[in-house]
Design a protein around this ligand. Sequence first.
Ligand code: OOG
Ligand code: MG
Length: 256
Amino acid sequence: MTDLRAVAEIVDTAAKTAQSIEQLSLSGHDLNLDEAYAVQALSIGRRVARGERMVGIKMGFTSRAKMIQMGLDEMIWGRLTDAMRLEDGATLDMANYVHPRVEPEIAYILKKPLSGTVTLAEALAAVEAVAPAVEIIDSRYRNFKFNLADVVADNSSSSSFVLGAMHSPDIDASNLGMTLSIDGRVVQTGSSSAILGNPARSLAAASRLAGEAGLELKPGWIIMAGGATAAEALTPGTSITLDVEHLGKVNFKTKG
Ligand code: OOG
Ligand code: MG
């Protein structure tokens, strides 16, 4: 029997020290999906014990582009803590990451709890604000390679995120143009509709999947809908901007 606490320590330490590790599935820890989510919960428990606070969840593999890039086709989710949030315009120190990548996303901020299976309308009725967002993912596994259980145990590659300006949920975010640029050069273009046809569907899925794990989405929480395009690798000394139609820009820099 695998000691899930010991595995949680392995992934948490890798994230904390930005040291890559071998895939769990290749190093004697072939977890099933339930065990992988249990490891995720235990590793976030270690962060909470160090003083971090849970502030939401992120969805993964909610667009075809992301599924194709990573070779996996099942939706996953991960936990976000306050320590993962970077301010708009912040500078990210690459030394704190193994091999970070950036993704163009949409974020929802909740005003009401959400749990279990909900309709799209019920999900949207719980939203306080919608914002353009970038996620900085960073797999702790060597070469950014993993199977589904590996990535889930590694908190679904959650690493950092940046939110742009908050907007009224009355804005229809189902089909907004998204442009990701690095140093002013466009590297990814897409639409929010690439996220399950409408990112609000990802919010409803977050409620359902978290509910299956006994977790309720709480007022004030941030729900990241998942990358609308493939992720782009970060390099030092660059400026990254996401521009979302009607929602505006989000920017951060990497230390040179
Ligand atoms: C897993 C995380 C996927 C997304 O937005 O699809 C994700 C990974 O690709 O490393 O965050
Ligand atoms: Mg993401």
